[in-house]
Design a protein around this ligand. Structure first.
Ligand code: NCD
Length: 432
């Protein structure tokens, strides 16, 4: 009972702050309560400090929201504003399909999914639906989290992995594969090494197709969970996305996650992008052009140490060697390691360290260092946890069951883990 109440209260307050674009500090003064009181209303039910928000405050906040909805068409959204389509069909191919409003409507739905993702509640709104999970490239988290998200809404999943064991090895076309699969399943998640290939799958069918990475093209679901993570962490830290300093590091030429994420972030205003890459792996010019809008500033450098200074978010990436044509990365190794010593010397106490993962943890690798594992600034596992509610929200929207979710929630009858990972208990407590 207390749990359901706290979840509702948290989602309501979080969503209000997001819709009004206010930090916790600004929101508490807007509604005339102390920041400390607001913090206790946002805590999880397990916390000794959790308090129920007085009904009068709830009514006042609802009124503020209602009047904001009247005066602004830009900052207040409901789930019904969320329609993820491409050429009239329900599909997720690119972040270009999102406005700031629809991204935030998706996050609102992801908040509703949190208790399911945390195994506090179960829902069966996708009972009877089958997902085809087609991965023609290596994957662990994207494949499993899409599958788990579908299962957690009551659906079932059929997986295929690699070309070798698919009929594409016998010369079958994307058109035929997609057409055949749509007779078997109700949605397709596709990862493929060629840019544009997932759109080709989508053209051959009327069932929802979701792009789980098309070569160096895009990775929209990853970017959405990254932005959702930034918003949740910023809410805890009292920051908002507008005006943030985001440093993106590594292989910006072939890294599809950062292509999608930077375009999504460019829906906000006053962002300072610092793009840090060796000369041969710089961000493509067409993306720089797209993100240098809304009063955003884009700086490019190969100087890691100076590039990271003052960043609110450091987003590291893996070198995509498997996509190299003629590039070399000589001289890259020592300079581009983001490790504890570097973070301590140039990052602030509130800097978030993110990475889409996988990171190369082998000795001598030039990726995000493993010595940061116990640093609270490292948000990588909170980021992966957020993949589940965001992907659930995508499925619920694409398959038209979003409105049914709140009424479908039941208690789980099995013993669910209280915290997901050994090191994140503090944060699950802190971020409410
Ligand atoms: C990324 C990908 O596949 O693009 N991983 C992921 O899906 N989280 C990043 C990478 O492979 O480096």
């Amino acid at each position: 009972m207390v749990l359901a109440m706290s979840i509702q209260q948290q989602s309501f307050l979080r969503d209000t702050m997001r819709r009004l674009n206010l930090t916790r500090e600004a929101f508490s003064s807007r509604i005339g309560v102390s920041r400390r009181a607001l913090d206790t209303w946002l805590l999880p039910a397990e916390s000794q400090e959790f308090r129920r928000m007085p009904e009068i405050v709830e009514r006042f906040v609802s009124e503020i929201l209602a009047s904001a909805a009247h005066t602004s068409t830009q900052s207040v959204y409901s789930t019904s504003d969320l329609s993820i389509t491409h050429e009239g069909k329900p599909c997720l191919l690119s972040v270009d399909q999102f406005s700031r409003g629809s991204a935030e409507a998706l996050f609102r739905l992801a908040d509703v999914m949190q208790p399911i993702a945390r195994r506090q509640k179960i829902s069966r709104v996708l009972e009877g639906a089958v997902l085809g999970n087609l991965f023609f490239e290596a994957s662990t988290r994207t494949r499993v989290s899409f599958g788990a998200a579908f299962c957690r809404l009551g659906g079932s999943v059929c997986d295929t992995t690699g070309f070798t064991f698919s009929s594409m090895a016998k010369g079958e076309s994307i058109y035929d594969t997609s057409r055949v699969l749509s007779g078997y399943v109700d949605a397709l998640v596709v990862r493929h090494p060629d840019q544009g290939s997932v759109a080709e799958f989508a053209r051959a069918t009327n069932i929802p197709v979701l792009n789980a990475g098309d070569g160096p093209g895009e990775h929209p679901s990853q970017a959405l969970l990254d932005l959702y993570t930034i918003q949740r962490e910023f809410s805890r830290l009292g920051k908002i996305v507008d005006g943030a300093h985001i440093a993106i590091v590594g292989d910006l030429k072939y890294g599809r996650t950062v292509h999608s994420l930077s375009k999504l972030l460019a829906l906000y205003s006053g962002i300072k992008f610092t793009l840090i890459a060796p000369a041969e792996l710089e961000m493509p010019a067409h993306i720089i052009e797209r993100i240098a809008v809304n009063g955003n500033v884009v700086e490019q450098t190969s100087d890691l140490v100076n590039g990271l200074r003052g960043a609110d978010v450091v987003y590291a990436t893996r070198i995509q060697k498997e996509r190299f044509a003629n590039e070399t990365i000589e001289g890259y190794t020592p300079e581009f390691q983001i490790n504890q010593a570097l973070v301590n010397s140039v990052c602030g106490p509130d800097t978030l360290i993110m990475h889409p993962l996988p990171r190369d943890s082998r000795p001598g690798a030039n990726d995000l260092g493993t010595d940061l594992l116990h640093d609270p600034r490292l948000a990588i596992f909170r980021q992966t946890d957020n993949g589940i509610p965001v992907r659930m929200a995508l499925f619920a929207s694409l398959l038209g069951v979003a409105d049914q979710v709140p009424h479908s929630l039941r208690d789980a009858s099995w013993k669910a883990p209280r915290f997901i990972g050994p090191d994140d208990a503090l944060f699950h407590g802190m971020d409410g």
